[in-house]
Design a protein around this ligand. Structure first.
Ligand code: SF4
Length: 351
């Protein structure tokens, strides 16, 4: 198997390893151990039954060295600190990969009722388990970001949020948080992530606050898939996403806007790739990621399996080729999931 095939396979089947930096739950599509694979961030499921194992810093399948250097991300020093009122920094923001600070500013979502919830998401599970706090104040985020940069060499920050009920859909609290963090750590690249705000002026507000990049995550462009997998979010029409992406490209710039596309929700792969091509043409980076049936998701409860390795590999390679042709790289997002790359294999495939 070549590097892309191995990277995709290990992302799906996981690895046997004791990684000190991991997340179990939270927003979005992954729960993983954080590793560095051949120098790049990689979020890989920790699976005691995986055929992959890490020995002496190398990835093995059975007895075969797969040609990839792997090291777990070390526990960051900022995890040992707490705010003056006793909240551990680790409950305010997490280390993703080796150099990304990630936080869910509002850990609740108006769409978390069972009828509306995205079937791959566990945003409120980490809240229930006590691993995080419901709302992080701008002052807390600034304090943690300053420490994470100073003590652990953090190079960028991702701020996501559950969707709030107001027309800003969470953008207001993101803008306040960005301003506070940048006052404490001037110049830190920050990506914000939210649903399309009903009032598109919020996108300009986020840019004016100093955010480098924005993720407006649709997960699928297929209406049938959207209604089945994201019944709440599917109430926001695709046209609203398109308007938000275009406004975001206007104010943030070409390749400073991204969206997730999840592989394995049952969509047609040709249509998925064609949709990715349309996103690229409008300046939006399609971050292709395998769907993972994480513990705590409705999908896992219902026994929905993750996608086949071959499907993820095919889609990843086709989208990476489109990105290369458009001279669009995740790194050029400057901040955010596409810049980090850990949850997908696009960067390994040359995107
Ligand atoms: S791709 Fe995004 S969610 Fe995944 S580890 Fe990187 S910053 Fe975190």
């Amino acid at each position: 198997m070549d590097r892309v095939g191995t990277r995709v396979d290990v992302a799906i089947r996981g690895v046997r390893l004791d990684a000190p930096v991991r997340r179990a739950g939270g927003a979005g599509p992954s729960d993983d151990g954080h590793l560095v694979v051949d120098g790049a961030n990689a979020a890989i499921p920790l699976n005691p039954d995986s055929p992959y194992v890490v020995r002496d810093g190398r990835l093995y399948l059975g007895g075969t060295d797969m040609g990839l250097a792997v090291r777990p991300v070390r526990r960051p020093r900022f995890y040992d600190l707490a705010t003056a009122d006793g909240v551990p920094y680790e409950k305010i923001a997490k280390l993703h990969g080796s150099d990304v600070l990630a936080t869910t500013v509002v850990q609740t979502c108006v769409r978390y009722g069972e009828a509306d919830r995205c079937r791959f998401c566990v945003i409120e599970e980490s809240l229930r388990s006590g691993a995080t706090v419901a709302a992080k104040t701008p002052a807390q985020l600034a304090e943690v970001a300053e420490a994470a940069v100073r003590l652990d060499g953090i190079r960028q920050m991702v701020m996501t949020t559950g969707t709030t009920s107001g027309p800003d859909r969470g953008a207001r609290v993101l803008a306040r948080s960005v301003r506070a963090v940048l006052a404490a750590v001037p110049g830190l690249p920050i990506q914000v992530q939210c649903e399309p705000p009903a009032d598109l002026a919020w996108i300009g507000e986020l840019r004016a606050a100093g955010a480098t990049a924005i993720g407006i995550h649709v997960e699928s462009l297929d209406e049938t898939v959207r209604r089945r997998w994201m019944p709440g979010k599917a109430s926001v029409p695709l046209a609203a996403y398109e308007a938000a992406w275009d406004e975001a490209v206007r104010v943030f710039g070409w390749n400073r806007v991204s969206t997730y596309l999840l592989v394995g929700l049952g969509e047609d792969s040709d249509e998925l790739v064609a949709g990715a091509a349309r996103l690229i043409a409008r300046g939006v980076y399609p971050f292709v990621v395998p769907f993972r049936p994480m513990a705590g998701t409705l999908a896992r409860r219902d026994g929905v399996p993750g996608p086949a390795q071959q499907l993820v590999r095919e889609v990843t390679e086709r989208v990476a080729a489109l990105l290369r042709a458009a001279r669009m790289t995740g790194a050029e997002q400057g901040a955010g999931c596409a810049a980090c790359g850990a949850c997908g294999a696009l960067s390994t495939a040359g995107g």
